[in-house]
Design a binder for this molecule. Structure first.
Ligand code: PMP
Ligand code: GLN
Length: 396
């Protein structure tokens, strides 16, 4: 029978297209440009780590891992939190291994956000947060952070400083969750001890949970220390702390992350995790548990990346770009307001095609696509690539 009936598909995420990371990486590949857009290391991980994975593959560790993560890795993560932040998590009931931080963020948000709940999001914001909130019926409430040139109203404004009074005004009876990301993607800003205290003061007597995206926890510069939210007792008891091995061990393609949270939160988190992915790739978990035994592997990251940041910025010093050096992460934002008033998206595409350097326009991380004439460059690349990119950009 001939029928014209077609089921009507109503998108649950009508405003969402393909991520900017995929768009710009594809454009870079097509044009042969240097790709400083999507955030991933341009160099390989340690051969020791590869050998460890190989060993566990050959030993036959090839079936499902326990839903919560292999015990050795959960224990190693609890040990790391204890040594580094002096906070005790029970590996059995408070540590969960996930398939990347992306999965952990989705599971944590889903565990606590119900339809109509408000979620405070600092923007510019990493792109997976808002869709996860909206799929759960939550309402993102934005606190908009700006580059210092733009907002002269805040005394001693440094880039993307948080106005805590504004945060306080945005909290209502419906606020259920606050999303934190430090060190921050895309701005490279790092929370101070005062930021942590301000947040604790705001939430201490409210039914508000916190998701803290700390995937760049080991990449801080100029002597800064990472203030994990777990170090503040008021925050620790209400926070899902999310991490990722992708950033720490140069293995973004392996997609292994984790979530540390008090028992009651972890119980709810795992109910989601077990039906999202159930468990995470087994041999890699065993390898990571061994590799974590040597903290030297991540303690050298600040020096390693600070040198790359400085190499890139030295190359840009003669240019007309303006910047404050990134405080953490492997991203550097630069203002091109002195060079052109083209929209940032158009400029990012033009620079990819014309001078062969791909970047990310920072407007994509704002709900209203606020364009402050800022581009983000990833400096997790080989030195020669960074020198060449800076040289090309300097001619603008
Ligand atoms: N959060 C932030 C801030 C990130 O930059 C990224 C990845 N680039 C993620 C989460 C996702 O991490 P993963 O690749 O482990 O899912
Ligand atoms: N987090 C990476 C970035 O900010 C990209 C991750 C992705 O491509 N989804 O560039």
């Amino acid at each position: 029978m001939n029928t014209t009936f077609r089921p009507s598909l109503q998108s649950k995420l009508p405003a969402v297209g393909t991520t900017i990371f995929t768009v710009m990486s594809k454009l870079a590949a097509e044009t042969g440009a240097i790709n400083l857009s999507q955030g991933f290391p341009g160099f390989d991980c340690s051969p020791e780590l590869v050998s460890l994975v190989e060993r566990y593959l050959r030993k036959g560790f090839n079936q499902y891992a326990p839903m919560t993560g292999v015990p050795a890795l959960r224990e190693a993560l609890a040990q790391k939190a204890l040594e580094q932040y002096a906070v005790a998590y029970d590996p059995d009931s408070e540590v969960t291994v996930t398939s990347g931080a992306t999965e952990a963020l989705f599971a944590a948000i889903t565990a606590v956000v119900r339809p109509g709940d408000e979620v405070i999001v600092f923007e510019p914001a990493y792109d997976s947060y808002v869709p996860a909130i909206e799929l759960n019926g939550g309402i993102p409430v934005f606190v908009t952070l700006t580059p210092s040139e733009v907002d002269s109203s805040i005394a001693n404004a440094s880039d993307y400083t948080i106005d805590w009074q504004e945060v306080s005004h945005k909290i209502t009876d419906k606020t259920r969750l606050i999303l934190v990301n430090t060190p921050h993607n895309p701005t490279g800003r790092v929370w101070t001890a005062d930021d942590i205290q301000q947040l604790a003061d705001l939430v201490h007597d409210r039914d508000i949970w916190v998701v803290s995206d700390e995937v760049y926890e080991h990449i801080l510069f100029d002597g800064r220390v990472h203030h994990s939210l777990m170090t503040h007792p008021t925050l620790q008891e209400r926070t899902f702390v999310v991490g990722s091995f992708g950033k720490t061990f140069h293995i973004t393609g392996w997609k292994v992350g984790y979530c540390l949270a008090p028992k009651a939160l972890t119980t709810e988190f795992r109910k989601i995790h077990q039906y999202l992915t159930f468990s995470t790739v087994t041999p890699i978990q065993y390898a990571l548990a061994d590799y974590l035994q040597n903290p030297g592997h991540y303690r050298q990251l600040p020096d390693f990346y600070q040198r790359k940041r400085d190499l890139f910025l030295d190359g840009l010093r003669q240019s007309r770009f303006r910047f404050n050096p990134a405080e953490g992460s492997f991203f550097q934002t630069v203002s091109y307001a002195d060079i052109t008033d083209e929209p940032d998206y158009e400029l990012a595409v033009r620079l990819t095609k014309e001078i062969g350097v791909a970047s990310i326009p920072v407007s994509v991380f704002y709900k209203q696509k606020n364009d402050y004439r800022v581009l983000r460059f990833c400096f997790a690349k080989d030195d020669a690539i960074l020198r060449e990119a800076a040289e090309r950009l300097s001619h603008l």
